[in-house]
Design a protein around this ligand. Structure first.
Ligand code: UDP
Ligand code: MG
Length: 310
């Protein structure tokens, strides 16, 4: 079989040399044991601002496994990964997507290949624990998974974008036209024969996380709004509840008037004014979120542009 390892990289000059070295060892071993016939590493440079691309070029000359794809500008992890998978979809029997920073245990790739040979078309890499994550990352991730599940989105806990996809799955994936990418959601949606492998997550080999807080937040919002219309329904429910409360207030006001205990109340007036105003803004915001999505989808802009390839 022909395997392609797809790795999106954004400012990863500090780790690529080591990643290539370690991956080469794994690939050599797989080839020696006849687990794979051919294997390549595809680095997708997601518009890095450092020397990542020249490093990929250099590695491409010295290492027979290394190939590279340079995107014209930074399009984010999901889109960069898509670019790599699309590139791989007609060049291999299966592709493994993995992060550049060696957090995903690369020895798990062998296990994934075994599962693939046993007939599985989707093999999800699932981390055993989150010990290497900061308190903040651990808890925000937990909150995110819970929220997604409440909204009816099928997500696998502790599975990021470390997975093997067969060529058939890759080709099917490419027929999904959406621009708001949440790959792990789409993969779940597609079905196919799926299994899981478990791995221990390492510390990032070097450098800082390339997922800033704002990128993480955007990713979470994209994940929810591109897979669930539940927030829109909540607005309707909020509206119904508000009307009910208003009705109760009317009854209360009439009773109070009859009893003669009405006092001109600034506070209640002001509070409700702000409350309703706030609710309205919130609701408009959520609706706007979806309209924004529609706006992006109808433009049909390309997900990425390739500048060079080696
Ligand atoms: N990445 C990317 N484009 C971006 C941000 C990140 O291609 O805009 C890549 C990054 O180089 C890495 C992977 O996505 O290979 C995961 O990023 P990172 O390890 O920084 O995220 P974390 O593990 O902290 O969630
Ligand atoms: Mg990482």
């Amino acid at each position: 079989m022909n395997l392609m390892i797809v790795i999106p990289c954004y400012n990863e000059e500090e780790v690529l040399r080591e990643t290539t070295k370690q991956l080469s060892v794994v690939i050599d071993r797989m080839i020696d044991c006849n687990k794979v016939n051919e294997c390549s590493i595809l680095y997708v440079d997601d518009g890095s601002k450092d020397t990542t691309w020249s490093l990929i070029e250099e590695l491409g000359q010295t290492n027979k496994y290394v190939h590279g794809l340079k995107l014209a500008h930074n399009v984010g992890h999901q889109n960069a990964l898509w670019a790599g998978l699309e590139w791989a979809s007609d060049k291999c029997d299966a592709a493994v997507s993995i992060d550049a920073d060696l957090q995903h245990d690369i020895n798990t790739i062998e296990l994934m290949v075994e599962k693939f040979k046993n007939g599985y078309e989707v093999v999800l890499g699932i981390r055993n624990d989150r010990q290497t994550d900061s308190w903040f990352k651990k808890n925000t991730a937990l909150f995110f998974y819970n929220l997604m599940q409440k909204m009816g989105v099928d997500v696998v806990r502790n599975h990021a974008d470390f997975r093997l996809l067969s060529q058939r799955v890759l080709k099917s994936l490419m027929s999904y036209p959406e621009r708001n990418l949440f790959l792990r959601g789409i993969v779940r949606l597609m079905g196919f024969k799926t299994t899981e492998v478990y791995f221990d997550c390492n510390e990032r080999f070097a450098g800082e996380s390339k997922y800033s807080l704002s990128k993480m937040l955007n990713f979470a919002i994209d994940g929810i709004t591109s897979f669930s219309v539940q927030p829109l329904r909540w607005i309707t429910i909020i509206g119904i509840v508000s009307i009910f409360i208003a009705f109760c207030e009317v009854v209360y006001a009439i009773v109070a008037y009859c009893k003669g205990v009405t006092i001109p109340g600034w506070t209640s007036l002001l509070v409700s004014l702000w409350f309703i105003g706030g609710m309205l803004f919130l609701c408009i915001g959520v609706i706007g979120e979806y309209i924004g999505k529609i706006y992006k989808e109808v433009k049909r802009r390309p997900r990425y542009l390739i500048e060079k390839s080696i």
